[in-house]
Every structure is written in C-alpha cells, then in structure tokens.
Design a binder for this molecule. Structure first.
Ligand code: PD2
Ligand code: ZN
Length: 284
C-alpha cells in the first residue's frame, strides 16, 4: 500500500488537539507512521504544528527534545570492556548514535545463532491500544530471547554489552535474537514506548521507558538488511560482530523522534541480529 503523503480529513485537527492536551510530538508521529503515513512526512506535519515558546524556539526537526550529556562518552575511539577491546568506528551527536566494531567475536556470533535457531518464533510488536503482543506484516522476522544472565555465556555478553552502552546490566531486557529470511524486514518504528499510547502503560510500569538500543549483527548479509534511520538519511550495513548503538530518552523522560529506524528488507541470504534494550530503571 502506498504511503500517505498528504494531510486530509480530521488529521490536522487530531494533531492540534493532541499537542494541545500535552501529547509528545514523537508519540503523534509514531501513531501516524502506524497508520501508514510516510515517516518524514509525518514528522513534518507534527513538528510544523508544534508551537514552541519563543524563548525556547528550536529547529523544527529537533522538536522539544533536550539532548543531555551522552551516556556514551565523547572523544573515545575504543572502549575497553572487561574482556574485549571494542572500536568506536563512527558517531553522531543528535541523536546520540555510534557504530561499534569488534564487539562480538565471530565464534560468539555463531554460538548465539546456534542456540537460537532451535527456539525461533514469529516476532511480535506491542499493540498501541492494548499493550498485548501482536503479529503484524510490518515485522516479518522470527525471534527468541535469552533471559538476563541466563548462563555463563550470556552473562559474559550481557556484561560486555552493558559496558559499551554505559548503563547498568540490571536495567537491560533479555537479549533478543532476530532472524530474517529474504523479504524479511522491520518497517521504521521507535524502540521506546510512545508515552501517549494506552498500550505503553503496562510496559512502562516495569523498568520505565527504554532509553537506548544496541543492534548487534551476527552475520554478514549477502544483500539488503541494512538498519536504516530515515530521519538521518543513514543506513548501517550489517557486519558480523559489529553493532549500531543509539540513545532516545533523556533524564526528563522525553523521547527522541529522530531515532525512527527500521530493518530494510533482506534481498539475498539471511540476516541474524541480537538486540539489547536498556530501561530507565532496573528491569526486574
Ligand atoms: O534488525 C534490525 O536491523 C533492526 C532494525 C530496527 C532491529 C530492530 N529495529 C529492533 O530489534 O528493534
Ligand atoms: Zn528497533
């Protein structure tokens, strides 16, 4: 279905009403993208309607999000974790985003794939209204999870991952593994729970908002499968053992709509990734 790139009917009023009642611009963009709006167009519609106080006028694309000091330290080319030296190959500041190389050894990637293959299930999303897990065509991968510190191998990886994300290991959700075949994709979305969605409430009650994501590539993909950031015009090519990191929730609990991202369709071969989501608080 073609994406919507014009604003008609009750949409302008819907945007105005929801902004007036205090919904964050990011949550409105999220809802519009779910309703098949083209992501950049939705951002323009919503941010074009945001009336920032004169003193706090920011560029329309930055919206009201205030960038804190990044959790990921600036001016660092390498991160020495407990057991591995990880290279910071590239970074952005708004949003905070970085590419890590050499995060996992090839045999660690292979082991995660081997352990996951036997327990894959179709991936789900959180229904924005009910909060229940739902299967949708926008997310056509299979996946599985490892509980935090499930065994010695996972504990070692969880510790290293927490170190590069500069966030407590106990605030992490269990490592999620995703498997995409040719045609498999994850359409652009946010990893945070849109604060205005009723379905976000039960998820926010456990550990609070998600604050950052690490997508780790477990294989080199023969074709497609890039992790794409439409607002940044950025595309990250999967590379075995490397990872893309990004932050999207500041100390005030605001969320950053610039981190809209997706997994582009795989066009050849298969794609395996491991995803770590960090929460504001302990995810117990
Ligand atoms: O597989 C990916 O590249 C991808 C892209 C966007 C994974 C996720 N998001 C995710 O797991 O949230
Ligand atoms: Zn995601």
């Amino acid at each position: 279905m073609a994406k919507i790139t014009h604003l008609s009917g009750s949409w302008p009023q819907w945007i105005a009403d929801n902004l007036a009642r205090g919904c964050t611009p990011a949550s409105l963009v999220e809802a519009m993208v779910r309703d098949n709006f083209e992501p950049s167009f939705a951002v323009k519609c919503v941010y074009g309607s945001v009336q920032a106080p004169a003193a706090a006028q920011q560029s329309a694309s930055a919206g009201a999000y205030q960038y804190d000091t990044p959790r990921l330290p600036e001016n660092v080319h390498q991160i020495q974790t407990n057991d591995r030296l990880v290279r910071v190959a590239m970074r952005l500041t708004q949003p905070v985003l970085a590419l890590f190389e050499n995060l996992l050894a090839p045999d660690e990637c292979d082991e995660l794939v081997r352990l996951s293959r036997i327990k894959l299930k179709r991936s789900t999303i959180v229904d924005p209204n009910t909060g229940q897990e739902a299967v949708i065509p926008n997310r056509s991968s299979d996946g599985t999870y490892f509980a935090l510190n499930e065994d010695a191998f996972i504990t070692r990886l969880d510790r290293r991952i927490a170190e590069v994300m500069h966030w407590p290991v106990e605030n992490g959700e269990g490592l999620q593994i995703l498997y995409y075949q040719v045609g498999g994709e994850y359409k652009p979305h946010y990893d945070y729970f849109p604060p205005a969605d009723p379905g976000s409430r039960p998820h926010l009650a456990r550990g609070g908002q998600r604050v950052s994501t690490l997508v780790i590539y477990l294989n080199d993909v023969a074709g497609g499968g890039d992790t794409v950031f439409p607002e940044l015009k950025l595309s990250v090519t999967p590379q075995k053992g490397a990872a893309v990191y990004f932050e999207y929730c500041n100390r005030q609990g605001q969320v950053d709509a610039r981190t809209l991202h997706g997994g582009a369709p795989v066009t050849a071969g298969e794609k395996w990734v491991a995803t770590k989501w960090m929460r504001q608080g302990r995810y117990g």
